[in-house]
Design a protein around this ligand. Structure first.
Ligand code: HEC
Ligand code: HEC
Ligand code: HEC
Ligand code: HEC
Ligand code: HEC
Ligand code: HEC
Ligand code: HEC
Ligand code: HEC
Ligand code: HEC
Ligand code: HEC
Length: 317
C-alpha cells in the first residue's frame, strides 16, 4: 500500500524540533505542528483532495490496480476514455457526505472504530483494552469543556478551541465540530463512542479516554529547545501536553474548594491532601509525579501510590 507524506507520524512520541524564536503564543487556538490541522474536511472538491494527496494519483491507483488485479475498465469508463477523458473527479468514485461525513471516515477501518489505522499514536482505539482510571473525581480531574480553574484551566477547551491559526491564518474549528463532522455523530449508537450521558458530570472526560487515555495524552509533545529529547517540565509551554507545568495545569488545574484549603481536616483524602499543596505551597505537578520512559519508549508515571517512594521510611520527605 502506498503511503503518502503525511502530517501523521507513526511514532508515539513525536520528536519535532522547533527554534524557540517561533514564539509561544498563548492558546486557544493551539499551534498546529503535530497531528492534523484542526478543521473540518467534509465538503471538499477535487483541488481539496489533491492538496493533501499530492504526488502522482495516477500511479497510486495503477499500483493498486496491479496489486488487486483490477481491469482498466473497473475504474475507467470506455465511452469517456474514447473522448480522452480518464476521470472526472475524485468524488466520482470516492464517497463524501458534504457537511456530514468526510471521505476518510466512511472508510471500512474508520467505521470499524480503528482510528489508530490513520491517526497513529495521537490516539488509542476504543477496544484495545488500554488503561482508563476508575477512581473518583477530584480537584485535578480534567473536564472536556468549561474548566473551573483560572481562565478556564482544567479542560481540553482551555487550549483547543476555535480561532485563527497564528502561522497560516486559516480558521480552526471547535472540538465539537472536528469530532461531530467526521460523521460518526450520525452512526447508530455513535454518541457513546465519545460521550456517556449516564456518567456523573465531573467524570465526563472518561468517555473521551476511550481514545485519549493517559498513555497517549501524556506522550503528545514537541521538542521545543532542539536538543533532540523531550524533557517533561523542561520545554516551553503550550507546545504539547507535558513540556511545562503550565501544560499540566491546562488540563488538570481546576478550581480549589476554598473550604478545603482553610480546613485542617484530617479526613481529607490523601490525593487531595497532596494536591492542596499546589495552591498553598506553590508545588508543581512534576515535583511529585515523575514521568519515566518505559520499555516501549513511552512516558509513564512512576508509582505515586506508595508513601515510601517519596517519603523516607518513618519520616517526612
Ligand atoms: C487533510 C489532508 C487530507 C485531505 C484534504 C484528503 N485526504 Fe485522503 N487521506 C489523508 C490521509 C492522511 C490518509 C491516510 C493515509 C494512510 O493511512 O496511509 C488518507 C487516506 C485516504 C484514502 C484511503 C482510505 C482507506 O480506506 O484507507 C482515500 C480513498 C482518500 N484518502 C481519498 C481522499 C479524497 C477523495 C479526498 C477529497 C475528498 C481526500 N482524500 C482528502 C489525508 C487527506
Ligand atoms: C483503481 C482505479 C483505476 C484503475 C483500475 C485504473 N486506473 Fe487509470 N486512472 C485512475 C485515476 C484515479 C486516474 C486519474 C489520475 C489523476 O487525475 O491524477 C487515472 C488516470 C489514467 C490515465 C491518465 C494519465 C494518468 O496517469 O493520469 C491513463 C492513461 C490511465 N489511467 C490508464 C489506465 C489503464 C490503461 C488502466 C488498466 C491497466 C487503468 N488506468 C486502471 C484510476 C484507475
Ligand atoms: C475512477 C474511479 C476513481 C477515481 C476518479 C479516483 N479514485 Fe481513488 N480509488 C479508486 C479505487 C477503486 C480505490 C481502491 C478502493 C478504495 O480504497 O476505495 C481507490 C483508492 C484510493 C486511495 C487509497 C489508496 C491506497 O493506497 O489504498 C486514495 C488515497 C485515493 N484513491 C485518492 C484519490 C484521489 C485524491 C482522487 C482524485 C484526484 C481519486 N482517488 C480518484 C477509484 C478512484
Ligand atoms: C482512513 C483513514 C482514517 C481513519 C481510519 C480515521 N480517520 Fe479521522 N481523519 C483522517 C483524515 C485524513 C483526517 C483529516 C481530513 C478529514 O477530516 O477527513 C481526519 C480527521 C479527523 C478528525 C479531525 C482532526 C483534527 O485535527 O481536528 C477527527 C476528530 C477524527 N478524524 C476522528 C477519527 C476517529 C474518532 C476515528 C476512529 C473511529 C478516525 N478518525 C478514523 C483519516 C482517518
Ligand atoms: C495546555 C494546553 C492544552 C490542553 C489543556 C490540552 N491540549 Fe491537546 N495539545 C496541546 C498542544 C500545544 C498540542 C500540539 C498541537 C500541535 O502542535 O499541532 C496538542 C495536541 C493534541 C493532540 C494531537 C492531535 C492534534 O491535533 O494536534 C490531541 C489528540 C490532543 N491534544 C488532545 C487533547 C485532549 C483530549 C485534551 C483534554 C483532555 C487536551 N488535548 C488538552 C495543548 C493542550
Ligand atoms: C467522535 C466523537 C464524538 C461523537 C461520536 C459525538 N460527539 Fe458530541 N462532542 C464531542 C466532542 C469532542 C465535544 C466537545 C467537548 C465537549 O464539550 O464534550 C462534543 C460536544 C457535544 C455536546 C456539547 C456538550 C457541552 O457540554 O457543551 C453535545 C450536546 C454533544 N456533543 C452531543 C452529542 C450527541 C447527541 C452525539 C450522538 C448523536 C454525539 N455528541 C456524538 C465528540 C463526539
Ligand atoms: C473514538 C475516538 C475518540 C474519542 C472517544 C474522542 N476523540 Fe478526540 N480525537 C480523536 C481523533 C482521531 C483526533 C485527531 C487526532 C489527530 O489530529 O490526528 C482527536 C483529536 C482531539 C483533540 C485535539 C484537537 C483536534 O481537534 O484535533 C481534542 C482537544 C480532542 N480530541 C478532545 C476530545 C474530547 C473532549 C473528547 C470527549 C468528549 C474526545 N476527544 C473523544 C478521537 C477521539
Ligand atoms: C491534555 C490533557 C492533559 C495534560 C496536559 C496532562 N494530563 Fe495528566 N491526565 C489527563 C487525563 C485525561 C487523565 C486521566 C484522569 C481521570 O480519568 O481521572 C490524566 C491522569 C494523570 C495522572 C494519573 C495517572 C494514573 O495512572 O491514573 C497523573 C499523575 C497526571 N495525569 C499528571 C500529569 C502531569 C504531571 C502533567 C504535566 C506534565 C499532566 N498530567 C498533563 C490529561 C492530561
Ligand atoms: C505534593 C505532592 C504532589 C503534588 C504537588 C501533586 N500530586 Fe498528584 N498525587 C500525589 C500523591 C501522593 C497521589 C496519590 C495519593 C494516594 O493514592 O494516596 C497523587 C495522585 C494523583 C492523581 C490520581 C488521582 C486520585 O484520586 O488518586 C492524579 C490525576 C494526580 N495526582 C495529578 C496531579 C497533577 C496534575 C498535579 C499538579 C496540578 C499533581 N498531581 C500534583 C502527590 C502530588
Ligand atoms: C509522589 C510522591 C509522594 C507520595 C507517593 C506520597 N507523598 Fe506525602 N508528600 C509528598 C510531598 C512532596 C509532600 C510535601 C512536603 C513539603 O511540605 O514540602 C508531602 C506531604 C505529605 C503530608 C503533609 C501534608 C501537608 O498538608 O503539609 C502528609 C501527611 C503526607 N504527605 C502523607 C503521605 C502518605 C500517608 C502517603 C502514602 C499514603 C504519601 N504521603 C505519599 C510526596 C508524596
Amino acid at each position: 500500500m502506498n503511503k503518502f507524506v503525511l502530517p501523521i507520524l507513526g511514532f508515539f512520541l513525536v520528536l519535532l524540533s522547533l527554534p524557540l524564536s517561533v514564539g509561544a503564543e498563548t492558546p486557544p487556538p493551539v499551534r498546529q505542528d503535530l497531528g492534523l490541522f484542526d478543521a473540518v474536511f467534509n465538503d471538499l472538491d477535487e483541488a481539496g483532495c489533491r492538496a493533501c494527496h499530492g504526488g502522482n494519483i495516477g500511479t497510486l491507483h495503477h499500483t493498486l490496480a496491479a496489486d488487486e488485479g483490477l481491469t482498466c475498465y473497473s475504474c475507467h469508463n470506455p465511452v469517456l476514455v474514447n473522448q480522452g477523458i480518464f476521470v472526472v473527479g475524485c468524488l466520482e468514485c470516492h464517497e463524501q457526505q458534504p457537511g456530514v461525513a468526510s471521505v476518510h471516515h466512511l472508510a471500512d477501518s474508520a467505521l470499524a472504530g480503528d482510528c489508530v489505522d490513520c491517526h497513529g499514536s495521537m490516539v488509542q482505539n476504543r477496544d484495545d483494552g488500554h488503561y482508563v482510571p476508575s477512581y473518583a473525581a477530584t480537584m485535578v480531574t480534567p473536564l472536556p469543556s468549561r474548566g473551573t480553574g483560572a481562565e478556564g484551566q482544567g479542560s481540553c477547551r482551555f487550549c483547543h478551541d476555535w480561532g485563527t491559526d497564528f502561522a497560516s491564518g486559516e480558521p480552526i474549528s471547535t472540538n465539537m465540530e472536528t469530532h461531530h463532522e467526521t460523521g460518526f455523530y450520525a452512526q447508530p449508537g455513535g454518541c457513546y463512542w465519545c460521550h456517556n450521558p449516564l456518567a456523573e458530570p465531573a467524570l465526563a472526560i472518561r468517555a473521551c479516554e476511550q481514545c485519549h487515555a493517559p498513555l497517549s495524552i501524556h506522550n503528545i509533545q514537541a521538542d521545543t529547545n532542539g536538543d533532540g529529547v523531550i524533557t517533561p517540565g523542561g520545554e516551553a509551554p503550550y507546545f504539547g501536553h507535558i513540556g511545562s507545568n503550565e501544560d499540566c495545569l491546562g488540563c488538570h488545574g481546576g478550581a480549589v474548594d476554598p473550604a478545603l484549603l482553610s480546613s485542617r481536616n484530617s479526613a481529607i483524602d490523601n490525593p487531595t491532601r497532596h494536591h492542596l499543596l499546589v495552591a498553598s505551597k506553590g508545588k508543581k505537578c512534576l515535583d511529585c509525579h515523575q514521568l519515566l520512559l518505559n520499555d516501549d519508549g513511552l512516558f509513564v508515571f512512576k508509582d505515586f501510590r506508595v508513601c515510601s517512594s517519596c517519603h523516607a521510611q518513618g519520616g517526612r520527605r
